[in-house]
Design a protein. Structure first.
Length: 90
């Protein structure tokens, strides 16, 4: 990974960048104070029909990942190991 000062000043117009599954709160911990996690993110009733499901093994039982990309970014069909709750900060 290049340091910021080593990044090209301008990218070619047809080159797109995408940041996936990155926890920005590690780099910018003050951002965490701006995010209110709804109570239902901690609910466990959803998993009764999935006896093998285990929530993330961390203090909150939640993984905060961020995806940043250009408009019209899509993801191919896939299965995630954890249930997802998506939010769009505006």
């Amino acid at each position: 990974m290049l340091d910021f000062e080593d990044q090209p000043a301008q990218l070619p117009s047809d080159e797109k960048h995408y940041l996936a599954q990155h926890n920005l709160f590690i780099q910018f911990p003050d951002l965490r104070d701006d995010i209110l996690v709804p109570d239902y993110a901690y609910a466990t009733g959803f998993y009764k029909h999935l006896p093998d499901y285990k929530p993330p093994n961390n203090e909150e039982g939640i993984i905060f990942n961020h995806w940043l990309g250009p408009e019209n970014t899509i993801s191919p069909a896939h299965i995630d190991p954890y249930n997802n709750l998506y939010g769009l900060p505006v």
